[in-house]
Design a protein around this ligand. Structure first.
Ligand SMILES: Nc1ncnc2c1ncn2[C@@H]1O[C@H](COP(=O)(O)OP(=O)(O)OP(=O)(O)O)[C@@H](O)[C@H]1O
Length: 297
């Protein structure tokens, strides 16, 4: 495992949150440092719940965490966590009749920026930062999906938060917009702690210095993207027909089959991707060993 900055900027221990009989979070412990950490997991893994707990939108039943040294268990600490936080939720709730400027300004007001001139300067700065300076007077309903997502990012960035939480920000974006968004997230992660929930393994491979994999409310893996990819070393092979022993196998564009799982003797091994490592980590038997040997608290 690679070393994390000491002390970590965000640290959580034993976070547990149940909805009825569902453990949305089950004893989740993690540490984040400056830079972009990816949070991968299938639907229902508990990613959004974890982000909402860290953003103090919902309290955990058990466990504790700190953000930039602030403990949200006290009223003052919770206020400090919120001041340090920028949050881009899964479905940003902006009024479509607001202009981009008015919406980000509104969020800045909620973030207690009371000096109007300074606040407007800051709103212009973040809209410029996400490349929307030219359309800041346009109503949000007239902007493309990618531009709306950038308005939401600008709102999360306003006030220069030390901890930025992004819940699936690239969902529904076309490849060009996604690339543009990656650039913005990467620059937002310079000197700042960013936690990026995503289903896109390419986002993690291209952007993140650390990755956390969750499933069923449990952290299955915490490490670097290279370490996650390495979990599939020796477990991806090509063949002329689909290997019946493979956990997944498909014909590629070149006509040969790419198989993932436990290769037969003499198989032609190929380079794994981060997605292979991720899929194998979700496999139940791998998960058991990952949670006992790789998860750091
Ligand atoms: N408010 C709620 N009431 C009841 N159950 C909930 C609530 N919020 C989440 N859950 C359940 O908790 C589990 C974790 O959900 P969560 O939304 O955190 O997963 P996720 O990893 O973000 O999934 P997705 O990728 O689909 O957004 C799921 O089983 C979900 O149905």
């Amino acid at each position: 495992m690679t070393d994390l900055p000491t002390p970590p900027t965000v640290s959580a221990a034993g976070l547990t949150l149940r909805y009825g009989s569902t453990a949305a979070l089950d004893d989740v412990s993690l540490r984040l440092g400056a830079g972009v950490t990816g949070l991968l997991g299938p639907n229902g893994a508990g990613k959004t719940t974890l982000l909402r707990v860290l953003a103090t939108a919902v309290p955990a039943d058990r466990g504790a965490f700190t953000v930039l040294g602030h403990d949200p268990n006290t009223t003052a600490g919770r206020q400090n966590v919120r001041r340090a936080l920028g949050y881009l939720p899964q479905t940003p709730g902006f009024h479509p009749d607001f202009t981009a400027f008015a919406f980000v300004d509104y969020v800045a007001i909620l973030k207690e920026m009371t000096n109007r001139a300074a606040r407007h300067r800051e709103v212009r700065r973040v809209l410029d930062e996400v490349g929307l300076g030219d359309v800041r007077g346009k109503r949000i309903r007239r902007l493309s999906g990618g531009m709306r997502q950038r308005v939401a990012l600008a709102a999360a960035l306003v006030g220069g938060p030390g901890f930025l939480v992004l819940d699936e920000p690239t969902v529904g974006l076309d490849p060009e917009q996604r690339m543009r968004f990656r650039e913005l997230i990467a620059s937002a992660g310079e000197g700042r702690t960013v936690l990026l929930s995503t289903h896109q393994t390419e986002d993690v491979a291209m952007l993140c210095h650390r990755v956390i994999v969750m499933a069923g409310g449990v952290v299955r893996f915490e490490g670097t993207p290279a370490e996650l990819t390495a979990r599939a070393d020796g477990r991806v092979w090509s063949s002329t027909e689909r290997d019946p022993g493979a956990r997944a196998g498909w014909r590629t564009g070149t006509g040969s089959f790419r198989n993932v799982g436990d290769p037969p003797e003499g198989a032609t091994l190929v380079e794994p991707t981060l997605e292979d490592g991720y899929l194998l980590t979700l496999d139940a038997s791998d998960a058991a060993s990952a949670s006992s040997s790789e998860v750091t608290a």
